[in-house]
Write a protein that binds this ligand. Structure first.
Ligand SMILES: Cc1cc2nc3c(=O)[nH]c(=O)nc-3n(C[C@H](O)[C@H](O)[C@H](O)COP(=O)(O)OP(=O)(O)OC[C@H]3O[C@@H](n4cnc5c(N)ncnc54)[C@H](O)[C@@H]3O)c2cc1C
Length: 385
């Protein structure tokens, strides 16, 4: 069995149907533009509107708020099928669904959910989520962006870095310091809508991979947002962010799995077609053993991701399993993409074939939403507590 589609059974009643729908959408609307968007660093807003019509921008949002009302298994299938065609679009979908939308869905009150979720689920609005700053990535608690209450408004000052959809996003959930620096109860989550005075975006990053996923700075200069835009209570923002990342890491693991599958499928096909010394290169053990390792890695990553998705669906503790899935799958993506380039030889080093892009995109998975080192820290902490 050479096709990574067929390795495992469907994980929910709907996941096979969702996979099929997303696969055909991606083949028609994403695949033809992948390299053009990558080279131009073009973030295709219109594509996200189309994905909104299909329900892909509110996968986990209940139907009552205009979403698809699916669980994590279907969500994993969506991200995998998009990422096996284009990692950038997979990353942006994951950031929109898990981070911005996921934060409001999990911690918003009824009025906030009714106000924002239908817009996010339909893709009328694209969502962003701001935790990271220039000097505080892994160590997010040290953030410098502050907010203080002035009458009925919070006044925000500071800069967030590396924010997916920082420019094209219509709404951002931003973590700000409202208390003592370094204390987990000193962080608060606020919602800021585009067009709010004092809120702008800064420079756009010129990236190695994931180039069609927009990444920019967010700048807050005496930006006033109404007090009612707070998610939960003052001081709860850090704990909320860590919970949001528990779900987000499952989506980054799925993103990595999609990239690994895309690279694997390309490598299998090429190794059967490419002849050297009078035989297909797949007939040499040096190549076929690479494929065997890739297939084994992919199967193991998928099992870990599906287990984490299952725990998340059941509302059981998932911190350790989502970190394990994210850590393992992202390293698998890097290994599979590296081997795929090797199997393509010189052609793999060109932009004529898709594997060089998988190779560049895969690396992000070991960095975004917590690096591999930070995942090990989380896993160790969970084991030893
Ligand atoms: C394309 C892209 C999109 C992103 N999108 C978003 C977004 O939408 N919103 C958002 O808030 N952030 C976003 N990020 C930020 C991302 O989450 C951070 O880059 C990531 O958390 C790492 O932080 P850092 O880059 O500051 O690295 P650093 O924290 O400076 O880490 C540098 C190195 O030191 C290691 N390290 C740090 N601390 C330890 C430790 N205690 N033990 C061992 N090793 C350690 C790290 O593993 C890494 O190898 C994005 C990043 C990228 C590249």
């Amino acid at each position: 069995m050479s096709d990574s589609n067929q390795s495992l059974p469907p994980y929910s009643e709907n996941s096979a149907m969702v996979e099929e729908m997303v696969r055909s959408f991606a083949a028609k609307h994403i695949r033809p533009h992948v390299m053009e968007w990558d080279e131009a660093q073009f973030f295709p807003v219109e594509l996200f509107k189309q994905m909104g019509e299909l329900g892909l921008m509110g996968v986990l949002v209940p139907a009552a708020y205009g979403g698809s009302g699916f669980g994590y298994q279907e969500y994993v299938s969506v991200i995998v099928e998009v990422a096996r065609v284009c990692g950038s679009i997979g990353l942006s979908l994951a950031a929109h669904n898990s981070l911005c939308t996921g934060h409001i869905l999990t911690f918003g009150n009824e009025e906030q959910k009714s106000r924002w979720l239908p817009k996010l689920a339909s893709a009328e609005w694209i969502g962003a989520w701001g935790l990271t700053e220039a000097n505080t990535g892994s160590d997010a608690l040290g953030m410098s962006t502050t907010a203080f209450l002035d009458g009925d408004d919070y006044v925000i000052n500071g800069t967030k870095n590396w924010i997916t959809h920082g420019k094209s996003g219509d709404i951002v959930v931003v973590m700000v310091r409202t208390g003592e620096k370094g204390r987990s109860d000193g962080i608060t989550a606020l919602v800021v809508e585009k067009g709010t005075p004092g809120f702008t975006h800064g420079k756009k990053e010129n990236k190695l991979g994931m180039r069609a996923s927009e990444t920019t700075e967010l700048i807050f200069d005496n930006c006033r947002v109404p007090r009612k835009n707070i998610l939960g209570m003052e001081g709860e923002g850090f704990k909320q962010a860590m919970k949001v990342l528990d779900g987000g890491r499952i989506s980054i693991a799925a993103l990595a799995l999609g990239i690994a599958k895309g690279a694997f499928d390309a490598a299998v096909a090429y190794s059967k077609e490419r002849h050297q010394f009078g035989k297909p290169i797949a007939s040499y053990q040096g190549i076929s053993f690479k494929l065997a390792d890739m297939a084994t890695d992919i199967e193991a990553a998928e099992l870990m991701i599906r287990k984490a998705a299952d725990l998340k669906n059941q509302g059981r503790p998932v911190t350790k399993n989502s970190s394990m899935a994210k850590y393992f799958a992202s390293e698998v993506a890097v290994r599979c993409a590296t081997e795929a380039v090797q199997i393509f030889g010189g052609y793999g080093y060109t932009k004529e074939f898709p594997v060089e892009k998988f190779y560049r995109d895969a690396k992000l998975c070991t960095i975004g939403e917590g690096t591999s080192e930070i995942q090990k820290l989380v896993i160790a902490r969970e084991i030893l507590k």
